[in-house]
Write a protein that binds this ligand. Structure first.
Ligand SMILES: *[C@@H]1O[C@H](CO)[C@@H](O)[C@H](O)[C@H]1NC(C)=O
Ligand SMILES: *[C@@H]1O[C@H](CO)[C@@H](O)[C@H](O)[C@H]1NC(C)=O
Ligand SMILES: *[C@@H]1O[C@H](CO)[C@@H](O)[C@H](O)[C@H]1NC(C)=O
Ligand SMILES: *[C@@H]1O[C@H](CO)[C@@H](O)[C@H](O)[C@H]1NC(C)=O
Ligand SMILES: *[C@@H]1O[C@H](CO)[C@@H](O)[C@H](O)[C@H]1NC(C)=O
Ligand SMILES: *[C@@H]1O[C@H](CO)[C@@H](O)[C@H](O)[C@H]1NC(C)=O
Length: 436
């Protein structure tokens, strides 16, 4: 490259000039020399830019040639550490996305595009461990230790708990005599306080506690119970117990509201079927309906109306007796009234089909389904057709328990617009107090 050569030569001339220590040139000579140099520099500058452009063109040409040899795809891109890559296409125009694992945050571009030049746009991002300590979660002067996806607090003396939120009662911390700790507090504080076991290793004391206990903070000779209920209340792992947690010395247990038993895993609550366990006092003409958290004794009574008479044909169903010929009103009365009892939990999500009514052998040309209930039931239910012969009762808005909702669904059969028969279905829903 000629221009580069020229500059080097020029610089050499200069240095020779000074090296020989000749007299300073006159002012005019200087100015004319400077002008010449300026011209020379401008010329070189232009030439330099021109050759840069040529170089770039050549580079692009090379890249696209290489790309063709490379099957028309960008090089495989790996996901940064602690992340996932979405998208596998490596052809121009496609892009890949990066999602960091929980506990990490993305630094850099969230996506990269395979360009026409078969290189990826931008720079490879990285996933950085989120500093959970950034929000200063430890209270009362606790020291936060950042861990992947979580943090822990090192509490100063006198404080305990996940975020050092619980003061350690001073009654505990004044006891320095291990044998005193063994006997004295057992009277007043039960077994929530225990002595620690200490060993001397090369002049330093190491104290440990039984499982479920921790060093009391100020005093390494005393262990205090860990309140697991408090500790896990705000934990990310979810609540320890479905209903409520009871702290016990060295542990905890879950408890459930009455009508429920703690499940085998000790965390959840399951409904007790009072009807099955004969815990009920329902009379012989009543039916026992198990509900979540309790039971109901129900009795089906057939309607007593002047227009028609009914017989109970099954525990939950009344049918109209045949109408006498001269009774014009009797055929308008419902042909049957069926009762159904549903036990549901509070705040059941909606919409949800609760019940279906269907005609086994339709007689007429039309079936109609409608909701007869007024008031409360109208706010929570609608009746709609699910197929030609079936209507369904749909819960459209969650109900908060404890509550009892009654919905009356009518199915009528018509032929050439003349009413043939009416069937009433009474659905009673017992809604529990709890969502389990
Ligand atoms: C080129 O792509 C085809 C399919 O797209 C593949 O079967 C082949 O192995 C690729 N060749 C190279 C050299 O990557
Ligand atoms: C510790 O308590 C025991 C029993 O209460 C007592 O005999 C002993 O003197 C105490 N030791 C100290 C150092 O207070
Ligand atoms: C509920 O749990 C208690 C204690 O485990 C047990 O005695 C009782 O039989 C259980 N009741 C039912 C209905 O399972
Ligand atoms: C069953 O007993 C409870 C009280 O133990 C009472 O409130 C309820 O009315 C009784 N039910 C029947 C059907 O007698
Ligand atoms: C019984 O007849 C009366 C009129 O006498 C009518 O208003 C009422 O709706 C009828 N009842 C039924 C259940 O059809
Ligand atoms: C009902 O459930 C929804 C979600 O299913 C929940 O957001 C809401 O807090 C619940 N309401 C009550 C009163 O528990």
């Amino acid at each position: 490259m000629i221009w580069m050569h020229a500059i080097i030569v020029f610089l050499c001339l200069c240095s020779i000039h000074t090296a020989f220590g000749q007299d300073c040139p006159s002012r005019q000579e200087m100015q004319s020399s400077l002008k010449q140099v300026q011209k020379l520099v401008s010329a070189h500058e232009a030439a330099y830019l021109q050759s840069l452009r040529t170089l770039r063109k050549k580079l692009n040409l090379l890249q696209s040639t290489a790309a063709k040899a490379n099957n028309g795809t960008c090089l495989k891109l790996d996901a940064p550490a602690n992340s996932r890559k979405l998208g596998r296409a490596q052809t121009p125009g496609h892009e890949v996305h990066f999602i960091c694992d929980p506990g990490y945050e993305l630094v850099g571009a969230e996506s990269r595009v395979c360009l026409e030049s078969l290189t990826w746009s931008g720079q490879q991002p990285t996933c950085r461990d989120i500093n959970e300590c950034a929000s200063s979660p430890c209270l009362n002067g606790g020291t936060c230790v950042d861990e992947v996806n979580r943090f822990s607090c090192m509490c100063p003396k006198g404080w305990a708990g996940a975020t050092c939120q619980s003061p350690v009662p001073t009654a505990f911390v004044t006891m320095t005599n291990t044998s005193a700790a063994l006997s004295a507090p057992s009277v007043t504080l039960g077994s929530f306080v225990r002595p620690s076991r200490c060993t001397q290793v090369q002049g330093t004391t190491h104290c440990t506690c039984d499982p479920g206990y921790t060093i009391s903070g100020r005093d390494s000779t005393t262990c205090i119970d860990i309140d697991e209920c408090e500790l896990f209340h705000m934990g990310q792992a979810g609540r320890l117990c479905l209903h409520s947690c009871v702290n016990t010395p060295g542990g905890y247990r879950c408890s459930c509201p009455s009508g429920y038993n703690v499940t085998r895993d000790g965390r959840n609550c399951k409904d007790i079927d009072e009807c099955a366990t004969r815990l009920t006092n329902c009379t012989r003409d009543q039916m026992c309906i198990n509900t979540y958290g309790g039971f109901q004794c129900v009795r089906v009574d057939c309607p007593r109306i002047r227009n028609a008479t009914y017989s109970q044909t099954s525990p939950l169903r009344c049918e109209r007796n045949p109408c006498s010929v001269d009774n014009k009103l009797c055929p308008q009365a419902p042909n049957s009234i069926s009762h159904h009892y549903l036990s549901v939990v509070s705040n059941l999500s909606a919409p949800r089909t609760m019940f279906r009514v269907s005609a086994l052998r339709p007689m007429g040309d039309t079936l109609r389904f409608s909701l007869l209930s007024r008031g409360q039931a109208r706010r929570h239910f609608i009746v709609q057709r699910s197929d030609r012969q079936t209507g369904q009762l749909v819960l459209v808005r969650p109900v908060q328990g404890p509550a009892v909702l009654e919905a009356e669904v009518e199915m009528s059969e018509l032929d050439k617009r003349v009413l043939l028969a009416r069937y009433i279905t009474k659905v009673t829903m017992f809604i529990s107090q709890y969502e389990f």
